[in-house]
Design a protein around this ligand. Structure first.
Ligand code: NAP
Length: 524
């Protein structure tokens, strides 16, 4: 039997999820772990998305880790470069560098039921791990629609998440495809420099103004000197969104009132009634993600912008043809067409206990997990931002931190069980959890709002969004309920070496947990 390098935990990805997992593991006293990253630096989606205008539409003080507050956020909403810098900073401050394996793409993970471990083949070799934490993220693999004739296009083509900064758009005729969160940031950023911008809009989004401003020197000083002021600011931002979520999940009609604000916002910038009609959505606000921008509508009124209110359906050489037959001649195409969210590519690389991939097990029935983390037949494998953990509003970092609580307790439970053990989610528990989620989903705006969105899978089932508040999710993921799992024991006894390693790991962890407890008791 080939012996590979073995670690206690292998984390996949080094975005918010992967770095958060690494910090949390260290805090739990687990130091025997690696973070496998296919790129050459940390940052995940905030590394890959560098398109002009890229920024976060969740306020900075909420879109950051609770355990790593940044009193120096320069603006209320951060640009991509600041968030990326923040993640580099977190990597250094929490001493994560030694755990990172860059340029290491996971090709396949296979469960070894004899030895209760995962065999992980990567682009730079194979290793084994007791536990896999997949933080590969839902926004990692770009989706480009299969448009007939695209291969005949003689100009430049790229996706918003793969921006080619060496290609100058200045003076070019550019088509932007899509009107999601990415496209509405790209359009105002490139409009002033391109000769002509044609926007292919299949479905208009609801857009509210983004009240972005510089955070003043005195405010930052206050946050540095009195950290509780930054906490209070975060708390306020969180509380407001927590209340808003209730409208999405329980009272979608209330969102009708906000539609009036959005229409007024549009009317202030867009005087042309024909353009206004094109831009007005015909579904309940919130059904698709509400977008925040104060620059998008003004940009659409500029003379060099043309809005085609129809999706791109064909390419004939340098001519783009929309579904309604309108045509535009362009030099470059920018696809702002999103990511593979409901068909997570990482699921194709995980081979479980029965020799089938997670993608095959989910198959035509769609993604299902226990508490957004684990799946039957895939013992000791968990996802960060798994099925139904997304948010329609508020900060994903809150959801990630809840999943990290779950991960930490999972590893703790394995330690308590001792020896070689693994946890496999019981199918009854998975079914019960999904039944609860889907029952709650019925009255949400994502089900009743009259739109199709990337939240829904091919069957029209919402497998991406959590239909509740972030506090409800936190409560549901605080602890691992062993009643929801089968405990697996290795048929092959531990070797003397494995026993020594396991005992050493458990004692290091116990010491670290005791120290952490002492710190808490001492008020540190
Ligand atoms: P997205 O939300 O999936 O939007 C894709 C867009 O492409 C939609 O408007 C879609 O139209 C359109 N589309 C697809 N095929 C088309 C075609 N053939 N012709 C014309 N339009 C077509 O993708 P995204 O904007 O990249 O956003 C992806 C995720 O990143 C979202 O979760 C978003 O919230 C997140 N994001 C967040 C921020 C932030 O500030 N926090 C910023 C950027 C992105 P339909 O609506 O008709 O399907």
């Amino acid at each position: 039997m080939t012996e590979y390098e073995h670690v206690r935990v292998a984390v996949i990805g080094s975005g918010f999820g992967g770095l958060g997992a690494a910090v949390r593991l260290r805090r739990e006293g687990v130091t025997d772990f690696v973070v496998l990253e296919r790129a050459g630096s940390v940052g995940g989606t905030w590394r890959d998305n560098s398109y002009p205008g890229c920024a976060c539409d969740v306020p900075s003080h909420l879109y950051s880790f609770s355990f790593a507050p940044n009193p120096d956020w320069p603006r209320t909403f951060s640009g991509q470069e600041y968030i990326r810098e923040y993640l580099e900073h977190v990597t250094d401050v929490f001493r994560l560098r030694s755990h990172l394996r860059f340029n290491t793409e996971v090709k396949r993970m296979t469960w070894d039921g004899e030895r209760l471990r995962w065999e992980i083949e990567t682009s730079s070799g194979t290793l084994t791990a007791d536990v896999v934490v997949s933080a590969a993220g839902p926004l990692s693999d770009p989706k480009v629609p299969d448009v007939p004739g695209l291969d005949t296009f003689p100009g430049k083509v790229f996706h918003s998440a793969r921006w080619d900064h060496d290609y100058a758009l200045r003076g070019k005729r550019v088509a932007v495809i899509g009107t999601g969160a990415s496209a509405i940031q790209i359009v105002p950023a490139i409009q002033p420099e391109v000769a002509k911008l044609t926007l292919f809009q299949r479905t208009p989004p609801w857009v509210l103004p983004r009240v972005d401003r510089a955070i003043s020197g005195p405010e930052r000083w206050l946050h540095r000197q009195l950290p509780f002021t930054a906490q209070a600011r975060r708390g306020l931002l969180w509380g407001m969104r927590e209340l808003q979520i209730q409208a999405f999940t329980k009272r979608p009609d209330e969102l009708g009132l906000v539609e009036q604000l959005a229409k007024r916002n549009m009317a202030r910038s867009v005087k042309d009634p024909v353009l206004r009609a094109k831009l007005t959505p015909a579904y309940r606000m919130g059904c698709k993600r509400i977008l925040l921008s104060s620059e998008y509508y003004p940009a659409l009124t500029r003379p060099n912008v043309d809005v085609v209110a129809s999706g791109l359906s064909e390419v004939r050489g340098s001519t783009l043809v929309a579904a309604d037959g309108s045509e535009a001649e362009v030099d470059a195409i920018v696809f702002g067409t999103g990511f593979h969210v409901t068909d997570l590519p990482i699921a194709e690389q995980v081979v479980g206990a029965e020799g089938r991939t997670l993608a095959e097990v989910w198959g035509s029935g769609g993604m299902k997990s226990l508490r957004g983390a684990t799946a039957t037949g895939f013992p000791n494998w968990m996802a960060i931002i798994g099925p139904n953990t997304g948010l329609g509003t508020s900060s994903m970092i809150l959801m990630i931190e809840s999943q990290l609580n779950y991960m930490a307790d999972y590893v703790r439970q394995l330690d308590v069980l001792g020896g070689r053990a693994a946890l496999d989610a019981r199918s009854g528990a998975v079914e019960a959890w999904n039944h609860r989620v889907q029952e709650r989903m019925k009255r949400t705006v994502w089900s009743t709002g009259g739109c199709t969105s990337w939240y829904l899978d091919a069957n029209g089932v919402n497998t991406t969004i959590w239909p509740g508040t972030t506090s409800e999710f936190r409560a549901a993921t605080r602890r691992v309920d062993l009643g929801e799992y089968d405990v697996l024991r290795a048929p092959v006894p531990e070797t003397a070496r494995e026993r020594r390693t396991n005992n050493a790991q458990q004692s290091t962890q116990k010491n670290a947990q005791q120290n952490a407890q002492k710190n808490v008791e001492a008020g540190a």
